[in-house]
Design a protein around this ligand. Sequence first.
Ligand SMILES: C[S@@+](CC[C@H](N)C(=O)[O-])C[C@H]1O[C@@H](n2cnc3c(N)ncnc32)[C@H](O)[C@@H]1O
Length: 263
Amino acid sequence: MARHSRFTLALSLLMAWLTQPVLAANTMQYSEQTAERYLHFNWLAKSLLEPVLQKALQDYHPATDTALALDYGCGTGIAIPYLKKAGYRVEGVDIEPNMLAAALTAHMDVPFTRITSGKIPRPENTYDLALASYVIVEIGDRDEIINIFKDIYRTLKPGGVLVVMGSSDERHNPDRQWASKDVDFPENRNRVSGSRVHSRYSKQDLDFYDYFWSTEDYRDFFTQSGFNLLEHQQPLATDDGRGYWKDELTIPATSLFVAQKPY
Ligand SMILES: C[S@@+](CC[C@H](N)C(=O)[O-])C[C@H]1O[C@@H](n2cnc3c(N)ncnc32)[C@H](O)[C@@H]1O
């Protein structure tokens, strides 16, 4: 993209971000809160997500010189360095201008596009790999999720891989003692597919209201959209000697799925 048009895009995204209405704290999702505060999650991503993501990228789809990856729901671009490190050229899409503005500031060399849900503005067979990291947790409608997966399928090359990261079945269990978040909220007692779940990150002063989808739901999303599920991993935190983690050491809070578009 030309320098001038990138600047214009950055400016218009920034203006959209600055002028968006202030939302009541208890209805916010990740993307509706300030992208600046969301950036504080970089360290969590590094310690929990980097090892599994790195491994999945290397095991299932080692990048070639021209390999192109899509970061679907890229947010502030937390995963982009991992995709680059694995050897991919990267494009990012998201529905939220505030997130895209932050992503663009952090990664001036990456093309970012604001989209409407499930409409990737690229022809079929474009990407070698797609990543959707903590995006599905923000969507409460089963059909919308399947449509997104179908559009990712369309834009992946045959043999291309979709990596999806999300919450494990246990993440919002109110009896869990996580170091990084509090999940002891009444709405988490009755977790059914598509219901709202709540977590609070006190350090970052953030409340997240996500949607609960079980491992079985994820399996169904892949099947319905034509993917073959290759792997389901549930990574644990590793003790780095700081003594920080609690249940994270023995109970997975995160699910990682690797699915493939058949050849
Ligand atoms: C929790 S953030 C995760 C961002 C990033 N993937 C990461 O791992 O840090 C979820 C992102 O998904 C985006 N999102 C939510 N619904 C979406 C949809 N239907 N299509 C595309 N992006 C969506 C949000 O705007 C937000 O930036």
